[in-house]
Ligand binder design. Sequence first.
Ligand code: BTN
Length: 334
Amino acid sequence: MENDLAQSSEELVLAFLAEAGDEFVSGEAISDKLGLTRAAVWKHVESLRSHGYRIDAVPARGYRLAEVPDRLTPLELRPLLNTHDVGQVLHWYEEIGSTNDRARELAEEGAEHGEVVIAEAQTAGRGRRGRVWASPPRKNLYFSVVLRPDLPPARAPELTLVASVAICEALRQAGVQAGIKWPNDLLASGKKVAGILTELAAEPDRVSWVVLGVGVNVNARIEDFPEELRAEATSVLIERGQPAPRALLAAACFTAIEDWVDRHADEGFGAVREAWRERSVTLGREVVVKVDGREIAGTAEDIDEGGALLVRGRAGVERIVSGDVALLRPAVRP
Ligand code: BTN
């Protein structure tokens, strides 16, 4: 299912009910506001019910949205979005190989800034460094955002940190005490709750497109992860002890990505760097970083003005632009 920018009457009825929250709204109020006949309002309510929405109807009081289905189609997501770009064009799939692969294709075909590919399941979900990203159906979030930043290729890695700050913010709003492990792993209780895979194409002087691929473990239980990942993976459900509505979390992620991408474009990397430092669980820690088959051990001191990690080891400070960080104990400060 894909969608264009115009909201259907059904989406408008749903948005109206969603906005009213726990309150009943009369059929008359809906038809007046949306310019629909009462019969058309009833038809849309019936159609929404057939898609799994529970809508109470009480004579003389009207309609009330009692329950929404746990799906991520445009019908569920659009009424929740308050973005101007991110997610306004939404490509939804029940199952796909990888949302990043589809977003890359769309970007090559001319997709606009902010278009999102989202899926209920991935059969070939990819993580960083060729790893597999576990993507069981309807448990988690798997989405990729196409960005068209006005940036030289050398500054593209900054967007990886921009995305990690945004997803950290959305997780914290959802009640998960998340922190960022350099460059962009989201950890909670020391385990991975979300990951970001950034891919791009560039001309010599500017970036053509960036695809931010985001996987958030939302309602997965520990047995939903492959056995070899169970010791290092967690989810919003595991952290909070209760499931989270995926559509709300997706909408919060889109808003946070848009806010931070805009801020990065307007103010530069400085503001992002400050926010990243505040949310970091890497800085001040003893780390071992694997870089091209080499291991660098030392204290993670800071990130520089380009987002590279600065590690003070025996040979002095090393500047690391890409690598895999293992966190050891907190640094011993004199
Ligand atoms: C990592 O931490 O290794 C990055 C994981 C990124 C996973 C997401 S899920 C949506 C998008 N599609 C993919 O195939 N990968 C990213």
